[in-house]
Design a protein around this ligand. Sequence first.
Ligand SMILES: Cc1ncc(COP(=O)(O)O)c(C=O)c1O
Length: 497
Amino acid sequence: MNAPGVWADGCNRYQCLGVHRPVPSILGTQITTTLEETAAEAIGGESRDRGLESNRQYSSRVNPQWVRLLRLLEMEVSYERCEGVELLTRDGRTILDFLSGYCVHNVGHNHPHILAALEDELERRGPAMLQSHVPERAGELAERLCALAGGELTKVFFCSSGSEGVEAAIKFARTHTGRTGLLHADKAFHGLTCGALSLMGDGFWGKGFGPMLPDTQEVPFNDGAALEKRLASKRYAMFIVEPIQGEAGIRLPEAGYLERARELCRRYGTLFVLDEVQTGFYRTGKFLAAHHSHVDADMVVLAKALSGGLIPTGAVLMREPIYRSVYGSLKRSIIHTSTFSENGMSMRAGLATLNVLEEEKLGERSREMGEYLRERLRTELAGFEMVKEIRGAGLFSGIEFGAPRQMATRLSYEAFKRIHPAMFGQVLVMRLFRDHNVLTQICGNDFMVLKAAPPLVVSRQQIEHFVTAVKAVVRMAHTPGEFWGEALKLAGRVVQV
Ligand SMILES: Cc1ncc(COP(=O)(O)O)c(C=O)c1O
């Protein structure tokens, strides 16, 4: 089954489907077919509908392995329409989105108010990306973001993605402190551009792309003493951390950790930077996850949900002195900028998103529904020995699994883990999607944690559907037979690829 060369890249990882189209390294699989063969395979001989034709083109010209992987996991469906939490497929399925594009769709898919704002922006035929004017609405959006973030965050740099925001934070921190060192937490996920990639806690993502930025160092999350040891060298420009680590397995900070990290950074002259790319915009119940801990960051990186899931937008919020170090003279007025940042569509979408979050009280809803979701999961999954913990904040939750104790399932579990550590989690994801019409994923840097992050507009009824589906799949995983047979089939299909 585990044919020589199948996991030939030696990384033996199956980085989940997840993260920003993270390409699983099931992908370690050696690819011997040509792009044309893959493209032909994508349509199964003939194009049956528009969806399949676009998959064929994608497979031919963009990323054949992505299409192949989705097919392997029986997730290659064509979507007709997406609204709120529901994804309607061309073949008549209604899939509930409990992934939200990794926390992009906080307000739900295609929210009518955001669509209307964008239509209005297009209709007025205003200036777009002149690069020679004061962009309208950018100031208004910046003001509102700073007011919501609070603390001493009074200046904003706009960009188009989370990674781009992290890159900006690296440059700004170095300019401001005159230091080069960069600290990050273990298992962190900060993005896949070279600078951000240098701050990632998992070697998988950077493999083959090196050398990474020099002078970066990892410290264990939740370990104040280890952080202080590094900071005391006074070599570090910034410590960047997700206030609740997402891809690390929805890891929550221990009481007092973020406050201590903040205080230590201040003491040793290092900027305390929060990556709220996934956790921002009420995902965890507060506007920023940092607001649960009452810590004031020097910089906060935002993206994903900022513009309603429709226009790529990111923002770095910072304290005034940092801004001045970067843009402190006329000569430096465009020292760091980006063509698409501050564009009218992004700014309109951002403002409309903030309106929706406020008007629909999605912060409150995130807290209430998140509690409900975790309580229901705890009740329904109690007694299943593989369920280790259900944790989270707001609608950012994870179900952590452990190895089974009973011999019959344990043997299967161990065998599949040896084939690939993500096999168990990926079969859960596959079954939820195929058998129960629920879209979710395992975490990118912890394959034993299943994520639950639906749009914040999710209803109790939709949560009940999710809980029932998870329970059915978990029950199956505790029973020798079908679930493990499925894993075997998946392993077989991987080997054939
Ligand atoms: C916490 C975190 N930071 C940064 C990024 C990078 O964002 P982007 O994919 O928009 O570049 C991600 C992406 O998933 C993320 O989860």
